[in-house]
Ligand binder design. Structure first.
Ligand code: SF4
Length: 448
């Protein structure tokens, strides 16, 4: 049966990373300002926005599948408008329209302020797109609408000036630009006043932050955020190895509420591959950064990203990656095999010459080794007491809560009388390679 939708209600489906989740909060705030209100579900919405991510393989396939469903919904819901926003249309441009007749308009990551105008244009019978980069756009002055009341993301910079050969971000999010120091601090102040217990500073290349007003760097920003929110845990992601400075590491060591976890993507253990990837550092330099971090922050936990089978990778490059993992013993790694993204530096200049079975075999060896290391590290935590911020009910049982340590390890523990948002000591009684399991320890005298 044909149904008329509530015209000025919207529903956002978010794909991809934390940055996209944060952007959906900005879009929600912008739409509300213009008199639109969020719908409970896409079934009730007059406007459906797909906030898309182009980083992973099959991004377009996933969106295509989703759009097919929306096409059916459009037949039943008269007047339903579908907009595709974010990185994928920015990258695909008007070709995106050919993917599905369900798409009414396109908007890039710098054009969210245009959404009300685009919607009006659709209602006037057009099929518009707005994809220009705006290197001044930081959405300053927009108070994002956040999910939940415990953890909040605070974007501090957008875009990226690096040109890693495998990465689409420079083409989808444009040049790097940082939010003013004063506006980050006032956002943090508001979050503290609203009772948030954990704040994550976000950016594609967060540690290259540079205050546009007075040039203050990321170490100075972290120091100020830490003082502004002394009772909250402060995290940040994602960092580039070349922008890890001694001042930044010392700042992390100096403030107990700055979490002692650093996610530092390396991608490969071979300098030759890092050069081909255009990462801007050698493996020796990367190892030196880790040694510096470990010498200054006792108990720091390190995590990383790995790409197996990048263009030109030989067996000894792969062995160098395995060697790096064995030496460093990262807590966790996000591991993928290389797949070419059209338009990237690698797609334009390098041959994707490692056969897929070889890529898959190398990736499996990397995963097997890393899982073994993670399991050993997690088993090593059995019998210790860790401080956990309870985030949600465990997926498996309402009698258990799920939380994280300051080092970002997931902990599932007996609920007893504890509530989400509380910080408590948990005695770890068992572990898998990805989760610590335990029970509250009220008499804890050893907190790690
Ligand atoms: S640092 Fe490299 S991998 Fe990270 S967003 Fe920039 S170009 Fe992409």
């Amino acid at each position: 049966m044909m149904r008329t939708v509530v015209r000025n209600t919207f529903y956002i489906h978010t794909f991809g990373c934390q940055m996209n989740q944060a952007d959906s909060g900005i879009i929600t705030a912008l739409m509300r300002q213009e008199g639109y209100s969020p719908a409970e579900s896409e079934d009730e919405a007059g406007i459906i926005l797909l906030n898309t991510c182009a980083v992973r393989e099959n991004a377009v396939d996933r969106i295509e599948n989703y759009l097919q469903r929306l096409q059916g919904l459009k037949k039943r819901h008269k007047g339903l408008i579908v907009g595709v926003v974010g990185c994928v249309p920015q990258f695909q441009k008007e070709e995106m329209f050919s993917i599905s007749p369900a798409i009414d308009f396109l908007a890039g990551p710098d054009k969210y302020r245009s959404l009300p105008l685009l919607i009006e244009q659709v209602r006037a019978g057009l099929r518009p797109l707005s994809l220009e980069f705006n290197s001044a756009e930081t959405y300053e002055g927009i108070d994002p609408v956040r999910q939940g009341s415990i953890s909040a993301f605070v974007p501090v910079m957008r875009g990226c000036n690096n040109m890693c050969a495998f990465c689409v971000v420079p083409f989808t999010r444009g040049r790097e630009r940082s939010h003013p120091f004063t506006s980050v601090i006032s956002e943090v102040r508001q979050l503290v006043a609203s009772g948030y217990r954990e704040i994550t500073l976000l950016g594609q290349n967060v540690n290259s932050y540079s205050d546009p007003e007075e040039g203050r760097n990321f170490a100075v920003l972290l120091d100020a955020v830490s003082r502004e929110a002394p009772m909250a845990r402060i995290r940040f992601t994602t960092s580039h190895p070349k922008d890890i400075s001694e001042a930044l590491v010392r700042t992390l060591a100096d403030h107990p509420n700055l979490c002692n976890h650093i996610h530092l993507p390396v991608q490969s253990g071979s300098t030759r591959m890092l050069e081909l990837m255009n990462r801007g550092h050698t493996i020796q330099e990367y190892r030196e950064k880790l040694a510096l971090i470990r010498s200054i922050i006792p108990g720091v936990v390190l995590t990383t990203d790995i790409i197996a089978g990048f263009c030109g990778e030989q067996e000894d490059d792969h062995q160098a990656t395995l060697e790096l993992l064995s030496d460093v013993r990262f807590d966790l790694a996000y591991m993928f095999f290389y797949s070419e993204r059209p338009g990237t530096l690698a797609a334009r200049t390098l041959e994707d010459d490692v056969p897929e079975p070889v890529k898959k075999r190398r990736l499996q060896e990397i995963i097997d080794l890393q899982n073994r290391i993670s399991e050993e590290l997690y088993q090593g935590a059995v019998g210790t007491v860790v401080e956990v911020l309870a985030e949600s009910e465990s997926k498996r049982s309402s009698q258990q809560l799920m939380g994280r340590t300051a080092t970002n390890r997931v902990v599932v523990f007996d609920r007893e009388h504890y509530q989400t948002g509380e910080r408590l000591n948990v005695l770890i009684t068992s572990a898998t390679s990805a989760t610590l399991i335990g029970k509250p320890d009220h008499a804890a005298n050893h907190v790690v």
